[in-house]
Write a protein that binds this ligand. Structure first.
Ligand code: BGC
Length: 736
C-alpha cells in the first residue's frame, strides 16, 4: 500500500514538472481539444463539416460501411436491425440502426403494425392519408430504436406487373408514385428517422435481379422511373437513396456514374447519401468514384480496401470526406443528433386505426352489378370461401415482410429457393368481421380446397363471398397474371373455384388479396369484385365495412390491369442464362410509355384502366374551365364541377391528364388530381393548379439535345375525368 502511494506521488510530481517520459504520457493522454462545435441552429452541412474535420481516417472509414459479419444472414444485428453502423462515442455520433419499412417496420425488430401494401396506399390517391401511413412507420421505427429506414420502394411496377415486389411499389405513374412516396418519406423524416428511396434504378423484376442489365435510352429514363425518383426525392427532402442490384446500360446500379453522379447528385442536387442494396457493391475504387457512399451490410469493399485506395491516391481523401459528410448531414438534417433515441412500446391501437383507414380508402371496387353493398340484417345465409378468410389476411413477403402485432395468424409454405420465407397471414379475420355485420345470419366458412363443396355451400346461401389470394415476395416473380397458388404443395386452382361458386350462385362477390394486376377469367360471371390488395393489420374489418356499405369505396387503381399477359410490353419475363452472366432486359420497347401510356399508344383495351374504381354512389364531372393565359412559365389552372348524383355520400378522385403538342411524340399523362368527399347530391367546384416548375415537370419532355426539360410550344390538351379511360371533359391551351 505504501509502495503504491509512493508511486502515485512520483507520477504526480513528474506530471507537475512537465517532464513526463513517453511511458507516462501514453497512460495519461488527454481527450482531444476540440474547437467549439457549431450551434444546433447551424445548418446540417456546417455541422457535418465540423465533425468530418475532427475524424481520423479510420473513423471516417467506419462510417461508410455496415458492421455486419460477411455471413450476415446467419446473425442478428443489434436490436434486430437489417443494417448497423457503430457510432463514434468520442464525437457523440450515434450508431445507425436500419430497418426495412415499405409497408410497416420490417425485419426482426419486433411486432409492428402491418400496414396495407404500399400499392393500397397509392390507391387511396390521398396524400394526407399517405402522410399518416408514413407516420406509422416513422413513429414505430423510432420506438424500436431504428434511425434509418430502408422503405420507399418507388420502382415503376407497370413495367413488369409480375414482379414479386409490386406490392411494395406505388404503381406505374411517376406523378402518383412520386407524390405518395414523398408523403411517406416526409412523415418518416419528421420522426427524426433518415428515410430512404429505392431501388435506384429500374429494378423492376426479381428474376435474375443481380445480373439483369436494363437497356434504356436517356429520354425514356428521365421521363419514367428517374422522374418518379426526382419527384419523390425533391418533395420529401429524403436523405438516403438505395442503389440497386441490377445493371443499367451495362453498369451496376451501385457504381453507375450516370445514375449516381450525373443524374442524382449533379442534376437533381441530391445532398444525402447513397446506400448500397444488401451486397450490391462490386468494387472499391469504381463504386467510390462513381457515387456510392455507404456499403451495406458488411465490409467487403469500403473497409480496409478503401483505406488502401485512399492512401495510394486511387480515391482522393476528399471523396471519403464527401461520403462521410453526406451521411452525417443526413443525420443532422432529420434531427438524430438533437432528438436522442426514445425506445418505447409502439402505439398499436392508433396505428391499427390508420392501417384500417388506408385499406378503407385504398381498396378498389372493380365490379358491382348491384349485389353490393350487402344488407346485413336482410341476409340469412352467407357463404365465406377460401384464402384462410376464417383467420386472417395475406401479406407480401421478402425484406418488406412485417411481423404483425399479435403475431402471424398463420405462416404457410416451405422455406425454399426461390421462396424467401413462408407466407404470413395477418391476424384479422374477415369471417369474424362479416359475422359482426350480419348477426342474425348463419355465416359458414369453406376453405376452398374442394370447388365442388364450396359450390354446394354457395348454392345454398343468399350470397357467396370468395376470397382469392396471390402470395408474392421479393426474390421471385409470379409466373403469370392469373391467381397462381405458389404456397401449397397441392395448389388450389382459385380461378376454377370462383367459376364453380359463381355457377352455383350468381350473387358471388370476389375479394382479391394480391400485390398487383390480375386477369379474371371469371369476371363476366360474378356479381362483384373488390381489389383489397394486401389489406394489413385490420384488413378483415376494413373489407367487411366496405362489403356492407359502412364505408363507401373510393380507391382508384394506381396501375393498369391488362386484359392479357400478351398485352404487356414484354410478355415473357427475360431469364438469366446462369447465376453470374448478365442478360439484357429491353426497356426501350415501352420506353417513355410506361403503364397506361403503353396501352394508349398501342390502342389496347385494358381489363381495368389506370385511375379506375367504382363507388356505391355516382358522380358527374362537368363545366371544365381553363385559365385563359397558360404559359410555359406559369403552367395552368383547371377547374371542373363534380356532383354526387347518387343517394349516399362518397368520395371521387377528379383526375387531370395533359397531352403535349404532337411534336413531343407523347400520349397523355397524369398531371394532377383531387379527392373530394361529397354528400348525396352535393356539388363542388374543384380547382387544380398545374405549376410548370413542379418537380413532376408536368408540361415538359426531356430534350436529349440539351439534356434538360423542355416545354414545347404548341397546343396542349387538358382532359378531366375519373379514370385514364373515362375523360369526359376536355379543353386546350397554346404555349407560344
Ligand atoms: C432488398 C432491399 C432491402 C435489403 C435489406 C435487400 O434484399 O432488396 O430492398 O432493403 O435487402 O433488408
Amino acid at each position: 500500500m505504501r509502495k503504491l502511494a509512493a508511486f502515485l506521488s512520483l507520477v504526480f510530481l513528474i506530471m507537475l514538472s512537465g517532464c513526463g517520459g513517453s511511458t507516462s504520457s501514453t497512460t495519461t493522454t488527454p481527450p482531444p481539444v476540440l474547437p467549439p462545435s457549431p450551434p444546433a441552429t447551424a445548418s446540417a452541412d456546417v455541422r457535418a463539416d465540423y465533425v468530418v474535420g475532427q475524424l481520423t481516417i479510420d473513423e471516417k472509414i467506419q462510417l461508410v460501411h455496415g458492421g455486419a459479419a460477411t455471413d450476415w444472414w446467419n446473425h442478428t444485428l443489434p436490436r434486430g436491425a437489417a443494417g448497423y453502423v457503430p457510432g463514434i462515442l468520442r464525437m457523440g455520433i450515434p450508431a445507425q440502426y436500419s430497418a426495412d419499412g415499405s409497408v410497416g417496420v420490417g425485419n426482426r425488430v419486433g411486432q409492428a403494425t402491418a400496414l396495407p401494401s404500399s400499392m393500397a396506399s397509392a390507391a387511396t390517391w390521398n396524400l394526407n392519408n399517405a402522410y399518416r401511413y408514413g407516420q406509422v412507420i416513422g413513429t414505430e421505427m423510432r420506438a424500436f430504436g431504428m434511425n434509418v429506414n430502408l422503405g420507399g420502394n418507388i420502382n415503376l411496377s407497370g413495367r413488369e406487373p409480375r414482379n414479386g415486389r409490386t406490392f411494395e411499389t406505388k404503381g406505374e405513374d411517376p406523378l402518383l408514385a412520386g407524390k405518395i412516396t414523398a408523403a411517406h418519406l416526409k412523415a418518416i423524416q419528421d420522426q427524426h428517422v433518415v428515410a430512404g428511396i429505392k431501388h435506384y434504378a429500374f429494378n423492376d423484376q426479381e428474376t435474375g435481379r443481380f445480373t439483369a442489365n436494363v437497356l434504356i435510352d436517356e429520354r425514356a429514363a428521365r421521363e419514367t422511373d428517374l422522374l418518379a425518383f426526382e419527384i419523390g426525392m425533391k418533395d420529401s427532402n429524403v436523405q438516403s437513396v438505395m442503389c440497386s442490384y441490377n445493371l443499367v446500360n451495362g453498369e451496376h446500379g451501385c457504381e453507375n456514374s450516370y445514375l449516381l453522379n450525373s443524374v442524382l447528385k449533379s442534376d437533381l442536387g441530391f445532398q444525402g447519401f447513397v446506400i448500397s442494396d444488401w451486397d450490391a457493391t462490386h468494387t472499391t475504387v469504381k463504386a467510390a468514384l462513381n457515387g456510392m457512399d455507404q456499403e451495406q451490410p458488411e465490409t467487403l469493399y469500403f473497409g480496409s480496401t478503401l483505406k488502401q485506395a485512399i492512401q495510394s491516391g486511387q480515391v482522393p481523401e476528399t471523396r471519403l470526406n464527401d461520403m462521410v459528410h453526406r451521411i452525417l448531414r443526413a443525420m443532422f438534417a432529420v434531427g438524430i443528433f438533437d432528438f436522442p433515441e426514445s425506445i418505447k412500446p409502439i402505439d398499436a391501437n392508433t396505428n391499427a386505426a390508420i392501417a384500417q383507414e388506408t385499406e378503407e380508402q385504398g381498396a378498389v371496387l372493380l365490379k358491382n352489378n348491384g349485389v353490393l353493398p350487402l344488407n346485413g340484417p336482410g341476409l340469412t345465409k352467407i357463404a365465406v370461401i377460401g384464402s384462410h378468410a376464417d383467420i386472417g389476411v395475406l401479406s407480401g413477403g421478402g425484406s418488406a415482410q412485417v411481423t404483425p402485432v399479435g403475431g402471424p395468424a398463420l405462416t404457410e409454405g416451405t422455406p425454399c429457393p426461390p421462396c424467401w420465407a413462408p407466407a404470413v397471414w395477418h391476424p384479422s379475420s374477415p369471417l369474424n368481421a362479416i359475422k359482426g355485420k350480419a348477426p342474425s345470419a348463419s355465416v359458414t366458412f369453406n376453405d376452398g380446397t374442394n370447388a365442388g363443396a364450396a359450390a354446394a355451400l354457395a348454392a345454398n346461401s343468399d350470397v357467396a363471398i370468395v376470397f382469392v389470394s396471390q402470395w408474392e415476395s421479393e426474390g421471385m416473380d409470379v409466373p403469370s397474371l392469373n391467381f397462381i397458388d405458389v404456397i401449397h404443395s397441392t395448389p388450389i386452382d382459385q380461378d376454377a373455384l370462383v367459376s364453380a361458386v359463381a355457377a352455383a350462385n350468381p350473387k358471388t362477390i370476389v375479394v382479391m388479396e394480391n400485390g398487383g394486376p390480375k386477369v379474371m377469367p371469371w369476371l363476366g360471371n360474378v356479381g362483384g369484385v373488390l381489389e383489397a390488395w394486401y389489406p394489413g393489420q385490420r384488413g378483415g374489418e376494413a373489407i367487411a365495412n366496405i362489403l356492407f356499405g359502412d364505408v363507401n369505396p373510393s380507391g382508384k387503381l394506381p396501375i393498369t390491369f391488362p386484359a392479357s399477359v400478351n398485352d404487356l410490353p414484354r410478355p415473357i419475363i427475360a431469364v438469366p442464362p446462369d447465376s453470374t452472366t448478365s442478360f439484357d432486359v429491353d426497356y426501350n420497347i415501352d420506353g417513355i410509355n410506361v403503364g397506361y401510356k403503353w396501352y394508349d399508344s398501342k390502342g389496347l383495351t385494358p381489363l381495368f384502366p389506370f385511375g379506375f374504381g367504382l363507388s356505391y354512389t355516382t358522380f358527374a364531372i362537368s363545366n371544365l374551365q381553363l385559365t385563359p393565359n397558360a404559359t410555359a412559365n406559369t403552367g395552368f389552372q383547371v377547374s371542373a364541377d363534380v356532383q354526387n348524383t347518387g343517394l349516399r355520400s362518397g368520395a371521387e378522385v377528379v383526375q387531370v391528364y395533359l397531352e403535349l403538342p404532337s411534336s413531343s411524340g407523347e400520349s397523355k399523362r397524369l398531371v394532377g388530381w383531387e379527392k373530394v368527399s361529397l354528400a348525396a347530391n352535393q356539388k363542388q367546384t374543384v380547382t387544380i393548379q398545374v405549376a410548370a416548375n413542379d418537380s413532376a415537370q408536368p408540361l415538359a419532355y426531356w430534350d436529349t439535345s440539351t439534356h434538360a426539360w423542355r416545354i414545347p410550344s404548341g397546343t396542349f390538351t387538358v382532359y378531366v375525368g375519373n379514370s385514364s379511360r373515362d375523360l369526359t371533359q376536355a379543353g386546350m391551351f397554346t404555349v407560344p
